[in-house]
Design a protein around this ligand. Sequence first.
Ligand code: GLV
Ligand code: MN
Ligand code: MN
Length: 403
Amino acid sequence: MAMARFGATAAGGVNRQALSAEDFVAQAELVRWGEALGLAASRDRIGNLFLRLPGTDPDAAPVLSGSHLDSQPTGGRFDGVYGVLAAFEAVQAIIERGVAHRHPIEVVAWMNEEGSRFAPGMMGSAVFAGARTEEETVSVRDAAGVSVADALAQCDIAMAQVPLRALGGPVHAYVEAHIEQGPVLEREGIPVGVVSGIQGKHTFRVEVLGEPSHAGTSERRERKDALIAATAMVQALAAEFHDAEDITKFTVGRFEVFPNAPSVVAGKVVFSIDLRHPRSDRLRAMSARIEPICRAVQGPCEVVVTRLSAADSLEFPTALRDRIRSIAGRLDIPSLDLPSAAGHDARYLHPIAPSAMIFVPCHLGITHNEAESAEPGDLAAGARVLADLLVELANEPARKESE
Ligand code: GLV
Ligand code: MN
Ligand code: MN
């Protein structure tokens, strides 16, 4: 609740865009809380923030745990921030109980998970893990034309007191706690979800280029109305991806009209596509159909379809899932296995280190919505399981991390 002050909305939610003033204040607060526990803060060039608890072996790769502090414009108080603070609470408990561990444990807040201000999302984790280049990432611009590079320069000023560290590096293991963002755990009355994997997600930017002209004088045969073409594309795509079983998820969440003036035929429309499916082969096949479908209804306009990200479905290692289940059992906390329909930074850590996710219930599965809510008891249960798992992982022998 203390974090939710930063970017608080009138309706009780959070609007904390990546690398915004609100984000920097939230990060600075986390750094202060960490300092009070003796945690060393550091940040990397792409805007990821770390709080480090040393282990007994200074050369061992860290166990990382966290999520993100940024939110959607109509975000809630739990998506992302819960995973950061669950890791923080776990570390606090480890310190207060004096639990010995070999590997350092680092709390991490990844830069721009949501992809709301700068698309696509999961920038910090993707660049950290080497899945995307720093160059392509820093050149992305927000709707106001501010680049990630510009925003990172602001971060350098706002977070000047936090030392920079090298980007990337070996990771012994990664664990991310998160609200489920679905209704299953609450419905079943189960406080902890063992996440089996994450469904695939491909994102696109579609630019429809027409020609601005006078709403009263321009003749129909001369018009290049980007809005008419773009809405036809959206309808054609929605029809194509309509799925009676409701497994395919197709969303156009952003639709920008230029010049967006009542008496000007739209000269340009830019819209987003978020397409998801648990089967990677199906997802790839659907993605390949997007451009031809748009072209088929472009009329006199031009269309440019740009794929922003293409993340296939993944499954987390069974060994870690088994451990979460058995830790929950040991703590007398009921748990349930379930997949994640939402995307998470764990997706990008998964290829570089053994990774896992712990879900907790959120009310009615409402999320990316200011009404998002969760029960303190469930949040605590997830953090307890996380704490025990972090201790176990941090006491493992070192892997050959570079392999
Ligand atoms: C992450 O927020 C997602 O959109 O799945
Ligand atoms: Mn999230
Ligand atoms: Mn989210």
